[in-house]
Write a protein that binds this ligand. Structure first.
Ligand SMILES: [Fe+2]
Length: 315
């Protein structure tokens, strides 16, 4: 059994695990899945002045949204302040460390190839069962023993504005924007930034927009609703996703989404090659408009990009 379709990030009943780490608490929402350990999500809620030491990873991508508060960031020799609403996307080998400036800063995490929850579980298992063993140098040599996940002193950093950091995606940032009847799509994280595994879009849906995904398909969907209300129907089950909820739909679960209000959400699953599809769709409109009337050809076109929306209309 996988996680629920609807995950209310503020409701303890929807947490898979809850850890009190002293300077922060961690609430796990989705555990990593598949060969890319995709779509792991959690909130870490920091007390004022908690820190994460300067370090880097040899693999894995970390995408952090500051859902509340503000953070002093140290990254590849630069220092900057990031604020609620900003997303920070960190690729392997990018050194990073943090200082949480406000009580209750919410660090909303989306991981790929990291298994953060597994790491915390492992650390707590050792701490609870063998509290002395960290004094043993032989144990420490083998414990989480990847020397390339280098933790070191924060270097002398140059202070810059966050807009100078390509890792920071402020709310106004988009690589590209597509607007249609009832929707606006902004590309926030490109596929070239996730080793080809996903792309992250911000979607604004007008009230009354309906999108049906009636074709049983291979994508796992993960929507993070920020504002508004989204009615979701999955396999005969119907629910409403409001702000601070996740909609997590396993593969081969046809579903329909309906914006009950003006709704803002992030597509965090990102398996559809949407950027390439939208680019090529514009080319078809310009150079082969007759193809738009050929239903079989257009279905094959959409499926090529792992796009499985079967109907889109406004009520
Ligand atoms: Fe990290």
């Amino acid at each position: 059994m996988y996680e629920k379709y609807l995950i209310d990030m503020n409701d303890p009943k929807d947490w898979i695990r809850h850890w009190d780490e002293g300077t922060q608490v961690v609430n796990d929402f989705i555990l990593p899945r598949g060969p890319h350990e995709k779509d792991e999500m959690s909130d870490t809620i920091y007390h004022k002045d908690a820190t994460v030491p300067y370090h880097q990873h040899r693999k894995g991508f970390e995408t952090f949204e500051i859902a509340a508060g503000s953070v002093e960031c140290f990254m590849r020799g630069k220092r900057f302040i990031a604020h609620a609403g900003d997303i920070i996307h960190i690729a392997p080998w990018t050194p990073h460390g943090f200082h949480f400036l406000e009580e209750g800063t919410i660090w909303r995490e989306l991981f790929q190839e990291i298994d953060m929850s597994g790491g915390i579980w492992e650390k707590n298992t050792v701490n609870q069962n063998f509290p002395e063993i960290k004094e043993d140098p032989e144990f420490m040599r083998i414990y989480r023993g990847d020397p390339l996940n280098l933790t070191r002193e924060t270097p002398v950093c140059e202070t810059v504005d966050k807009h100078e950091m390509h890792e920071v995606r402020t709310p106004d940032f988009a690589y590209t924007t597509y607007e249609g009847d009832g929707y606006k799509l902004q590309l926030k994280i490109g596929r070239w930034e996730t080793n080809g595994v996903k792309e992250v879009w911000h979607a604004e849906l007008e009230k009354g927009l309906v999108v049906e995904f009636a074709f049983p398909h291979c994508n796992w969907e993960l929507y993070y609703v920020k504002e508004g209300a989204l009615e979701v129907e999955v396999m005969g089950e119907k629910f409403v996703a409001g702000p601070n909820t996740l909609v997590h739909i396993p593969n081969f679960h046809p579903h329909t989404i309906r914006a009950l209000e003006h709704t803002k959400l992030y597509d965090y699953g990102g398996e559809t090659h949407l950027m390439a599809m939208l680019e090529d769709l514009e080319s078809i409109k310009k150079y082969q408009p007759e193809k738009l009337q050929d239903e079989a050809a257009m279905t094959a076109f959409y499926h090529k990009y792992k796009c499985f929306a079967t109907k889109m209309y406004r009520e």
